[in-house]
Design a protein around this ligand. Sequence first.
Ligand code: GLU
Length: 458
Amino acid sequence: MTNEVRVRFAPSPTGIFHVGGARSALFNWAVAEQTGGTFVLRIEDTDATRNRPEWTDGIIDALTWIGIGKDSPFFEGPHFQSEYEPQHRIAASNLYTEGKAYFCACTRDEVKARTGSEHAGYDGHCRDRGLEGGPGQALRFRTPDEGITVVDDLIRGRVEFPNNAMEDFVVARGDGSPLYVLANAVDDIEQGITLVMRGEEHLPNAARQQLLWPALGATPPQWAHMPVIVNEQRKKLSKRRDKVALESYREEGYLAEAMINYLMLLGWGPGDDREIMPWSEMVPLFKVSDVNPSNAYFDEKKLRAFNGDYIRALPPEEFIAHCDPWLRPDWDRKVFAQVAGLAQTRIAVLSEVTANVDFLFLDEPPADEAAWAKGMKGPAAEILGGYLAALPDEWTADALKTALDEVGTARGLKLGKTQAPVRVAVTGRTVGLPLFESLELLGRERVERRLRAALAKL
Ligand code: GLU
């Protein structure tokens, strides 16, 4: 055996790639990269309803987006759990022949009738009946009667499970098909995994697997159970309630680098006040034992702020390239290049670029009733009319600003007040790029036309 560190990420395909899954993958990836070890991707596809190729593609795609994939020497896989089913069955059969597991013919109702409760767990009725297996007989692992099972968790420390509270759990169903708890352990053993780092919800499985590994002739791995990720109400992130799909952040225009950075801080930190830091600087500092076991709050506002920082740090050409999917094909890229710098300082997610620049490309400013209602309050008509009459000969942002300032001053209005109706008339929005630069770019002809149209509508 070598001392190579082998970690794994073992998602069950569900159709969405959860941000919590992305965090698990990244923590494991950091360990593999830091130690020069291996990151195994194993798709846990034994549940037939989850066996859809496009779901697996989605997982691989999502991982690639956050920098994890075949291009790296640390990556191995994907392996598919379903391909290891023969090994799972052999393992189950060995547990039986070695007396470490026994067949059980009890139905749920029978157990309930005997114990008086749905939740009492299995009462050991078939333990010594010597059943030899057959249809409808599940295989149960014989847990020790006394003592404790210890899971030495790198994040949580020593976690003790009294054996008398652990039921003889099922490792294979009545039809012989292996259960997750067994299949997962067999695969980890087969694939030489040395550290199992996964979500906290698997801690009870770790107790069972701590027993299963030696029963299968292997030394248990190191364990690490990462904290639950919660929303603003401190409830576990759920796909029904919260935006949990990594894909939805990608589609909204989050940069992979910002996402990676933010996800790494869900439970971990570099130990100083720094938060914004690239992957390459996080990897050498990452330590599993530094991960905080308490719940990690997924703060979307903070993620947005991170993303804004990352956007502003992009070199101009890269920013322009990133924006391309959010610009309609017929929008002139040369015109966009002229305002890209202004947009870059104002947006937090790339999708926002569309609403910032569309006024430059559309024949009419976009119609937004809410913006109209907000911008065209009070003396709007007077301002627009006054400005139309006062538009400067010299078509520069500075001259355009001076002209509007004078229109306002003559009516005792501050520049902020006078800008609002002009902005809505010309760009259709209440917020956006700096107004006077926008007017300069639009040109006299279009500005005049839009101001007139707005006046007519008022
Ligand atoms: N397939 C399991 C899940 O998606 C993960 C199992 C594990 O990491 O051990 O929750």
